[in-house]
Design a protein around this ligand. Structure first.
Ligand code: ATP
Length: 504
């Protein structure tokens, strides 16, 4: 739904949610800045996650580890050797592609072509047309499908040299069947490491090569024993963290869905070996409940269980969300076994074991991970909330139906007449009272109807209008964004009315 996606982009800019980074210099690709409203929405999503994970679970604590880490961390974690994307260049157009993404684009094109052929055949054969039969007897279609599936399952982080040649061959074949590049002249497929490098230290000789962390998880693993000991944590327990991560993504598109600098919200849950299957189910269910509690519609989520697992995992699933460009990964839930802690034991030479007093034994814990991108969550919430609504009188209104708990501004206070000193003073008094509990704004410009629309588009759940009557009886009109219902309420009740909606 390209149209909707375009609207999301322009609305995010126009209403001060997301700006392109360094825009006056024509921007930096796949890097974005959060603007005055965006920063509040992002903070509220982060807080909503933190509350659910850390505050509500007495066996989960948080940390905030540094972005820079000892370079050996990334050798131990496997990122130096295996955190790669397969790239291919077209020699004529000089364009560079991520091979797996390119194959997916060919798939989409071929599927569209097949769809067209099906429609054509249906028209030609009328009632006698059987779609399933048509597709299954169409050898060409099936031939591609099998090849594509087999290559895509071999792709991911552990492509072997012989796979790379197969990937190239498939791309060559697909380009002939359904051109994207316009030229058939490809380089070999190369593996490209996604980590950004930098240097620590002043002189060129003594400087140490560092990486900007590509995930927050390793900061948790290396602190496992420190937290366990100082917090006297008993297994099962979790460590949560939110923070920036950096990946030199090749395909920079889809707005804040895929960024080069982004934020993750991760939790590593340390468990006894053998209990991982139960905890995997537990966290799948809990994370899905967290998502659906926001009211974006249960039909917009689905699990995608991985058949092909990364070398460190014994089970993995994605929670996918229905973005404007289709269902895509929003969160990953991975059963990582003892891979990470064992690797860090080996590379650091330090024991990272837990002594279980009940069983009187030491072991390296297994780990269950939940990992969600804060920016992707932002996009999910924002794109789902943005709606054009046709009203009873035939006019349309643009409304950003953000969950009240996440909305950047909870209420706008509007004096009916901006020149009336009494109304302005009472409005400011109301703000001075409410601002201790909520983000509120004052808005006096334009007719009140236009101000309502502006706040609707901004996602503000409540508008509070102060009029002549307010000065006499201390009541105001409160208007609800989603229903547009208006109520006359006492000023002293405002706080509890708003609280009821915005509290979790
Ligand atoms: P993808 O397949 O989309 O590249 P991934 O499987 O590499 O994602 P993980 O390494 O599992 O992602 O990271 C966990 C979460 O971090 C993802 O579910 C996603 O929400 C978020 N994330 C990963 N890469 C990016 C990125 N480049 N920009 C924004 N968010 C990201």
């Amino acid at each position: 739904n390209e149209e909707q996606f375009k609207k999301v982009l322009s609305h995010a800019k126009e209403y001060g949610y997301v700006f392109q980074s360094s825009e006056i210099y024509d921007g930096l690709s796949a890097v974005y800045d959060y603007a005055q409203n965006g920063v509040e929405l992002k903070k509220n999503i982060r807080d909503y996650w933190w509350k659910a994970m850390v505050q509500m679970n007495d066996n989960i604590v948080g940390i905030d580890s540094a972005i820079f880490m000892h370079p050996t961390v990334w050798k131990a974690s496997g990122h130096v050797d295996a955190f790669n994307d397969p790239l291919i260049d077209n020699k004529d157009s000089k364009k560079r592609y991520r091979a797996d993404v390119l194959i997916e684009d060919y798939c989409a094109k071929i599927e569209a072509k097949i769809d067209k052929e099906i429609k054509k055949a249906a028209k030609r054969f009328g009632d006698a047309f059987n779609e399933q039969e048509f597709v299954s007897t169409n050898a060409r279609v099936l031939g591609y499908k099998e090849k594509i599936d087999s290559i895509l399952t071999r792709m991911g982080k552990s492509l072997q040299a012989e796979d790379l040649a197969d990937v190239k061959a498939l791309i060559e074949e697909l380009e002939i069947a359904c051109p994207i590049s316009g030229s058939r002249n490809w380089t070999d497929v190369k593996q490209f490491n996604l980590m950004f490098g930098t240097k620590l230290g002043a002189s060129a000789d003594s400087a140490m090569d560092l990486y900007l962390r590509p995930e927050t998880a390793q900061g948790i693993f290396v602190n496992f024993l420190n937290v366990q000991k100082t917090g006297r944590m008993k297994i099962p327990f979790g460590i949560a963290q939110t923070g920036k991560a950096f990946r030199n993504e090749i395909v920079a598109r889809q707005f804040i869905f895929r960024m080069r600098e982004f934020e993750q919200m991760e939790m590593q849950f340390f468990i006894k070996p053998g209990t991982q299957a139960d905890w995997f189910e537990y966290w799948k269910e809990h994370r899905m409940k967290w998502h659906t509690s926001l009211g974006l519609g249960e039909e917009n989520y689905r699990f995608h269980d991985h058949e092909k697992l990364a070398h460190y995992a014994d089970a993995a699933t994605d929670i996918e969300f229905n973005f404007p460009f289709g269902f895509k990964e929003l969160e990953g839930i991975h059963s990582r076994t003892d891979f990470d802690l064992k690797q860090h034991e080996e590379f650091s030479g330090k024991k990272l074991q837990y002594f279980d007093h009940e069983d009187n034994e030491s072991y390296t814990p297994y780990v269950l991970e939940t990992s969600i991108g804060l920016d992707r969550m932002f996009l999910a919430v924002f794109s789902n909330a943005l709606q054009d609504e046709v009203l009873e009188d035939g006019s349309t209104r643009t409304v950003l139906k953000l969950p009240a708990v996440l909305a950047p501004t909870k209420a706008a206070i509007l004096p009916l007449v901006k020149k009336d000193e009494g109304l302005v003073k009472l409005s400011k008094d109301i703000i001075d009272d409410l601002k201790w509990d909520f983000n509120v704004v004052y808005d006096e410009k334009d007719a009140v109807g236009r101000r309502y629309r502006r706040q609707d588009a901004n996602g503000t759940p409540f508008c509070i209008t102060v009029d002549g009557e307010s000065l006499e009886d201390n009541t105001v009109t409160i208007r609800h964004r989603d229903t547009m219902e208006q109520q006359r309420v006492k000023i002293e009740d405002l706080k509890s009315i708003i609280k009821k909606e915005v509290d979790v």
